[in-house]
Design a protein around this ligand. Structure first.
Ligand code: NAD
Length: 454
């Protein structure tokens, strides 16, 4: 059994049965049967059903959002956006069904075409930090491309995923096409990875688990997409609008209590602007409203679990100095917004993903030094560049090794633009114009126009 707790109160919310390998076997058999009919259906019919699914989700935004507040401690504003994002992802993917075109390639003596075929049954393994959007990032395009999906949500956050599976049936999606199997990673997750009937694993989670999944997929040359961790830089040049950069820096790492793979947790500031930037940043951190996530004014809620709280605490030792915000006392997994200063560049808090409301500020000298520091990481997921010099913005955008950069903003995830990591932040891309293609095989067919070859 999986026990779901409300992270803001530590009160039990639900218990959910954990899937066994036998449950995974049965789910794969159901999915394979459903997928054959789905792939054979007319594209317009598949698109229509996905649009209907989007519309049913739209009718349940508030319910899904409240569920996410309860099981994950997300602020209500964020949770509404997340449920809306599922609707948008389904709508966007539905628009791709009839545009999933192959190519016609010039050849002598015939016609050469490519056909994009579905993979079959796709296993989606999701983390707890954004349970709804991340599940939908893979599920929506995989379904649109003609696959069946088995989604394994994280142990701590199965409830919104289970509700989405019910809404899919209500919308008329065939039984077995989209199944949700809550369970533990080592049992249910591993059974999906090892199952020969699963054609691809779309995994989002830690780099450690991602590496082990990639190694296991190699045994069957199973397709795999990995969306992993990050330690992303927020580079502030002295020529930037410092007021704007300092105002935006807190929520760039505090959103979702810092449990965000794209969190800008390394704030790199040009030394000549360092004192002024810190003067602006200090009150901005101290004013962040931390508390009851269902309160509309709350900017930051609790961490997901006691284990995560202990992990975050282990990085913020008493000898470290910096800025501390406020957090509630009493039950719940609370940690205040924290900015650490005067830490060595290679300190654990400066190089490891903490996945909590903790950032470090490190000074740099010039553009070359900024790029060196930004790239001094095994990750490469996202990053921000603050400058008024357009040439510098473009040079830095080219030089920083990361999959998702933003200039004078912290935006990085839109469902219609590609998302994914460099280096140990991941493998492959999700979202964007090619989202459906990632769930297809390309078949090349040559048709001779010259009659049978002698
Ligand atoms: P995690 O790796 O512990 O778990 C992720 C999922 O994998 C869960 O569903 C878990 O049950 C499952 N799992 C665990 N062990 C498994 C195994 N042996 N076989 C199969 N499945 C297994 O990660 P988490 O703690 O849930 O999430 C936090 C991590 O996710 C952070 O590192 C964060 O950066 C990363 N993340 C990345 C992105 C991205 O898009 N790059 C997005 C969100 C989160």
């Amino acid at each position: 059994m999986l026990q779901v707790l409300n992270p803001a109160t530590e009160e039990p919310v639900a218990t959910v049965p954990a899937a066994t390998p036998a449950d995974v076997d049965a789910a794969v058999a159901r999915a394979a049967a459903a997928q054959r009919g789905w792939a054979a259906a007319a594209p317009a019919d598949r698109a229509r059903l996905l649009r209907r699914f989007a519309s049913v989700v739209d009718g349940h935004i508030e319910e899904l959002a409240r569920l996410e507040v309860t099981e994950a401690g997300h602020t209500i504003g964020n949770a509404r956006w997340e449920a809306g994002n599922v609707r948008d992802l389904l709508d966007f993917a539905a628009g791709g069904v009839e545009r999933l075109n192959g190519r016609q390639i010039p050849v002598a003596g015939g016609l050469d075409i490519t056909i994009l075929e579905p993979l079959g049954v796709v296993g989606v393994i999701a983390p707890w930090n954004f349970p709804m959007p991340i599940a939908a990032w893979a599920t929506a395009p995989a379904l649109a491309a003609g696959n069946a999906v088995i989604l394994k949500p994280a142990e701590t956050t199965p409830l919104t995923a289970l509700r989405l599976a019910e809404l899919a049936l209500e919308a008329g999606l065939p039984e077995g096409l989209f199944q949700v199997l809550p369970g533990t990673g080592p049992v249910a997750g591993n059974a999906l990875v090892e199952h020969p009937g699963i054609a691809k694993i779309a995994f989002t989670g830690s780099t450690r688990v991602g590496k082990s999944i990639m190694a296991k997929c190699a045994g069957q040359v199973k397709r795999v997409t990995l969306e992993l961790g990050g330690k992303s830089p927020n580079i502030v040049f002295a020529d930037a609008d410092l007021e704007a950069a300092a105002a935006a820096a807190p929520m760039a790492f505090l959103d979702n209590s810092g449990q965000d793979c794209c969190a800008r947790t390394r704030i790199l500031v040009q030394r000549s602007a360092y004192d002024r930037f810190m003067e602006l940043l200090t009150p901005a951190i101290e004013e962040i409203v931390v508390g009851d996530p269902s309160d509309e004014r709350t900017q930051m809620g609790p961490l997901i679990s006691r284990a995560q709280l202990d992990r975050v605490r282990s990085y913020v030792t008493d000898d470290l100095t910096g800025i501390r915000g406020k957090a509630p006392e009493g039950p719940g997994f609370w940690f205040p917004p924290t900015v650490l200063t005067d830490v060595p560049e290679d300190a654990p808090c400066a190089v490891e993903e903490i996945f909590g409301p903790v950032a470090v500020v490190l000074p740099f000298e010039d553009e070359a030094d900024a790029i060196r520091l930004a790239n001094a990481t095994e990750y490469g997921l996202s990053g921000s560049i603050w400058t008024r010099d357009v040439g510098r913005a473009l040079r830095a955008s080219r030089a920083v090794r990361a999959g998702n950069l933003s200039v004078n903003s912290h935006s990085s995830v839109r469902y219609w633009t590609p998302f994914g990591g460099y280096q140990q932040s991941g493998l492959g891309r999700e979202l964007g114009p090619d989202a459906l293609t990632a769930f297809t095989e390309t078949k090349n067919v040559f048709i001779s126009t010259e009659g049978p070859a002698l």
